[in-house]
Design a protein around this ligand. Structure first.
Ligand SMILES: Nc1ncnc2c1ncn2[C@@H]1O[C@H](COP(=O)(O)OP(=O)(O)O)[C@@H](O)[C@H]1O
Ligand SMILES: [Mg+2]
Length: 477
């Protein structure tokens, strides 16, 4: 607060501006010592309670050790610690999975919390522009929890009131460099909170082998590869449409074939029909017997898409007023229309009439097919704006390696790259096509946060085996 000081020169305060007789100086308010002490004590107690609440095990261990040392001497404390460590490590050795879960990962999380995040927190968030100074007092977002596993650290943060997760997305590069990680992905599980995911080791560095065939026929979701947590990743195929975009050699084929592979048992019992459109004749032709319908020329492709629209409309007529969603049966199987290189049928198609027919059929299928059990999965090589007029028709999207940073948002939607979908940074090695191939960012309709996944590599031998095992099937639709 400022207060006017009349006659400043008289009191010995010299104005810096020669002709002014009036200067301002801060008023000093003397706070009683007792108030300072109470505030201080309050902060101390609150800090202690918070520490115990957040780190109960560490606090119990520290408190217990201190008590032991003071009551029984440090020799006893060393013996007790030694006994404790050997009991816990032999238990963890006998049950390694439980040992990792209850001992190793919590200990690592705690260590990462202390050494990496807590230690640097204030300075990194300040430099990244996420702290604030209000009326001379500094505020930093609250570092609440760190959970580490084999691959990543997940850091839960309570944002400052009034902040948005977009600010964190904008600062993801600063955070990654600040905490010495290769990247940082942002998600917001509930209002006011963000989770920062820092990868430590890449679970997706190695090629993921083709997934085993499912034991039972499944239609809804298919195991297509591995997630960043090292666990199988299941992609929903029924009740949605999927667009898969990536540069040449990025591994679009591995997505298409992994989905086909996972649906084969269901196809064999008649719950799924696979329709293939292969305008480049380079991809799907290899497994021709696995498809109930196959088209390669643009005319055939247009006809097939229109055929799918007919099936869809016939079902819609039958379902109207009877049911609102599709359950795959032998009579009404789930039809998955698989399109490789969709731009050959749309943007690059010279024949305008044909292109219009194809676009109309695709748009009809993607806008109305979900509820009646007709799905489209399309692969796209060139995600330029004109090619992507169809992008918004696909609720779920996958970006493999892309050439330009701008293409990431073109494929996955606005803000995806800021949220960590660095599809333009996916590794590549001209000498080894498998490096980075199949690595993708998936953005689902109902979740804004991109997930990093590596599609399983279905080799030519795998496809041959699939053909041998599954090419006979009940009568096609
Ligand atoms: N998921 C994957 N894991 C490892 N290598 C892969 C994977 N997918 C593809 N590859 C390698 O990359 C090459 C190109 O893959 P392909 O699917 O034909 O790319 P695209 O269709 O995107 O041009 C393949 O021949 C294979 O060697
Ligand atoms: Mg291809």
């Amino acid at each position: 607060m400022l207060r006017k000081m009349p006659g400043a020169e008289v009191q010995g305060v010299v104005s810096t501006t020669p002709d002014t007789s009036v200067v301002f100086s801060p008023m000093v308010v003397k706070t009683p010592a007792i108030v300072v002490i109470v505030v201080w004590l309050w902060r101390l107690v609150a800090g202690l309670v918070k520490a115990v609440w957040r780190h109960p095990v560490a606090c119990v261990l520290t408190g217990g050790t201190t008590t032991l040392v003071s009551l029984l001497g440090w020799q006893t404390a060393v013996i007790v610690w030694g006994a404790g460590v050997s009991v816990v490590s032999s238990w963890a050795g006998l049950w390694p999975a439980a040992g990792m879960r209850w001992v190793v990962w919590p200990a690592l999380s705690w260590w990462r919390w202390v050494w990496v995040y807590r230690r640097k927190w204030r300075s990194v968030v300040a430099v990244a522009g996420l702290g604030r100074v209000v009326r001379g007092r500094g505020y930093a977002p609250d570092l609440v929890r760190v959970v580490s596993d084999r691959w990543v650290d997940r850091v839960t943060v309570k944002m400052l009131d009034g902040q948005s997760d977009e600010e964190y997305a904008d600062a993801s590069g600063n955070l990654a460099h600040g905490f010495g990680a290769a990247g940082c992905r942002i998600s917001s599980p509930k209002p006011g909170w963000v989770v920062l995911t820092f990868p430590r080791r890449d679970a997706l560095a190695k090629v993921v082998a083709a997934r085993p065939y499912p034991d039972a026929p499944v239609v809804t979701t298919v195991d297509v590869g591995m997630g960043e947590n090292g666990r199988p990743y299941r992609l929903q195929v029924h009740g949605t449409h999927v667009l898969i975009a990536g540069a040449t050699g990025s591994g679009k084929g591995s997505w298409l074939w992994s989905v086909v592979r996972g649906l084969l048992p269901a196809r064999q019992v008649g719950l799924v029909r696979l329709w293939a459109l292969d305008p480049k004749r380079m991809e799907l032709s290899f497994g021709r017997p696995l498809f109930d319908r196959y088209a390669a020329t643009p005319e055939d492709c247009a006809e097939m898409l229109e055929g799918a629209v007919k099936v869809m409309q016939e079902r819609a007529d039958r379902y109207a007023g009877v049911r609102r969603s599709h359950v795959p049966t032998e009579r009404d199987p789930f039809i998955l229309v698989i399109v490789d290189e969709v731009a050959f049928l749309t943007a690059y198609q010279q024949d305008k009439a044909l292109r219009a027919r194809i676009m109309a059929a695709l748009a009809t299928l993607t806008t109305q097919g979900r509820a009646v059990g007709v799905g489209v999965m399309a692969a796209l090589q060139d995600p330029r704006k004109d090619v992507l007029s169809i992008r918004n028709l696909f609720p779920d999207r996958v970006a493999l390696r892309l050439d330009e940073p701008e293409q990431v948002d073109m494929v996955l939607g606005d803000g995806a790259r800021d949220r960590g979908a660095l599809a333009d940074h996916i590794a590549r090695d001209p000498a080894d096509p498998s490096v980075g191939a199949g690595v993708s960012y998936v953005r689902l309709e109902n979740a804004p946060d991109p997930i990093r996944v590596r599609a399983a590599y279905v080799s030519d031998d795998d496809i041959r085996h699939m053909v041998l095992q599954y090419s006979t099937v009940s009568e096609a639709v």
